[in-house]
Design a protein around this ligand. Structure first.
Ligand code: S3P
Length: 458
């Protein structure tokens, strides 16, 4: 293991940023939340692997995505910020990345780290992957397992966490791999390594996960097929040793970020909020379906296609919600949205049961425990389950007034603040810094709608 991998990351020595969200009445207006995080990472990675100059507009310039841009540059491709979300990436072609001179620091980003492990695994180079305290706790065997089968080698701690040094295979073996967990990150890592393999690499998905890697690979000229087999298992196949041709990617707004102003509007009396240009790929839109089933006044306007993905303007108006049983098979299509759904459930009339969420225990935090603790802090009734939670909502407002521990998790931070906007009294969070990993403009954007979110010393 490389000794440089023990160096402190920039995240370890900073001061916490406590914030406070207070009820301030109706939220009104239109917003364009920043670009989709999943697509932003992928546009940089595929741009680096393509031949020629890829142009990206609407890139999410958050800490997570900037870490991926830094890694792309450290590996010898050139990702250049042209201002205002526009980027140019001069790619080196599949197999053309160079060994980096220092460890690749992915900060808080599981997606950037895991997808890049797949890319490096398909190159005849070695690289050390490091991250912040949260990322350094997260399981990596789900990635190193299949990539080892393809011939890559890994050195790191016994428990399979970062720091990990990857020695790529030259060339990797094409494999057929059945996903043991519903994870687009694992699927994508295997497909990206498979780009260098002689032959077809197949990922079998018992549960479908977001397909942005597949869609974007096609846009860059690579053949990807998806076939449904027995028992609904989908086979995703990529033919290796193809050439990726530079492309233009226009990144639509991130539905996982749009979730915060939209849910805040549903819960705050008199509100009417429009989120523009939101990507509504069905493999990402589970939250909106669930909220509609709960009685939410959510409408899709101006539906169209952009950047190879379905896009719509989404309007949410204050609504009386009713608790429901959320189908567990929907989990993959809303995996990042459970903390904010749980806040909505606390305001809904009756029980909302959320199950099949084991994966939430290995996100930026243990998101089941962190969400349960958040709901308890705001005075809501919640029962923790091994694979989810049951929230018993008030059918009106909730007391609020609590202090939420965010555990280095941006989505817990933003969910706690949304609760504070709609509760009877203000909610504080211990640290807002991680919001910058996915939604740096969160406070300004929410404030533009009338929200009251401020720094606090408490
Ligand atoms: C992502 C996949 C999901 C999601 C993450 C982004 C992606 O993770 O939680 O925020 O862009 O592929 P898993 O693959 O671990 O489910």
């Amino acid at each position: 293991m490389s000794s440089s991998s023990n160096a402190p990351t920039p995240h370890e020595s900073r001061d916490a940023q406590p914030w406070r969200a207070a009820p301030a009445g109706a939220l009104k207006g239109g917003v364009r939340v920043p670009g989709d995080k999943s697509m932003s990472h992928r546009s940089l990675l595929l741009g680096a692997l393509a031949v020629g100059r890829t142009t990206v507009t609407g890139l999410l310039e958050s800490d997570d995505v900037l870490a991926t841009a830094g890694a792309v540059n450290a590996l010898g491709a050139h990702a250049v910020d042209k201002g205002d979300g526009s980027w140019e990436i001069d790619g080196v072609g599949i197999g053309g990345l160079a060994e980096p001179g220092q460890a690749l620091d992915f900060g808080n980003s599981g997606t950037g780290c895991r997808l890049m492990m797949g890319v490096v695994a398909g190159h005849p180079i070695s690289a050390t992957f490091i991250g912040d305290e949260s990322l350094s706790r997260r399981p990596m065997r789900r990635i190193t397992g299949p990539l080892s089968q393809m011939g890559a080698r890994f050195a790191g701690p016994e428990d399979g966490t970062l720091p990990i040094t990857v020695e790529g295979a030259a060339p990797p073996l094409p494999i057929t791999y059945t996903l043991p967990v519903a994870s687009a990150q694992v699927k994508s890592a295997v497909l990206l390594a498979g780009l260098s393999a002689p032959g077809q690499t197949t990922v079998l998905e018992p549960v479908r996960t977001r397909d942005h890697t597949e869609n974007m690979l096609r846009a860059f000229g690579c053949e990807v097929t998806i076939e449904e087999g027995p028992h609904g298992i989908h086979a995703v196949r990529v033919t290796g040793e193809c050439e990726l041709t530079a492309a233009h990617v226009d990144v639509p707004a991130d539905p996982s970020s749009a979730a915060f102003p939209l849910v805040a509007a549903l819960l705050t009396e008199g509100s009417d909020v429009l989120a523009r240009d939101v990507m509504v790929n069905p493999l990402r839109a589970g939250l909106f379906t669930t909220l509609q089933e709960m009685g939410a006044d959510i409408t899709f306007e101006n539906e169209r296609e952009s950047g190879g993905e379905p896009v719509a303007d989404i309007r949410a108006r204050f609504s009386s919600l009713t608790g429901i049983e959320v189908p567990p098979e929907r989990a993959a299509s809303m995996i990042d949205e459970y903390p904010v759904l749980a806040v909505a459930a606390a305001f809904a009339d009756g029980r909302t049961e959320m199950r099949g969420l084991e994966e939430l225990r290995v996100k930026e935090s243990d998101r089941i425990s962190a969400t349960v603790a958040m709901l308890e802090a705001i005075g809501a009734e919640v029962e923790e389950l091994e694979d989810g939670m049951i929230v018993t909502g008030t059918g009106g407002t909730v007391p609020g007034g609590g202090h939420v521990r965010t555990g280095l998790d941006h989505r817990i931070a933003m969910s706690g603040l949304v609760a504070g906007l709609a509760a009877q009294s203000a909610v504080t969070i211990d640290d807002a810094a991680m919001i910058a990993t996915s939604f740096p403009a969160f406070r300004d954007l929410m404030t533009s709608l009338g929200a009251q979110i401020s720094l606090t010393n408490t």
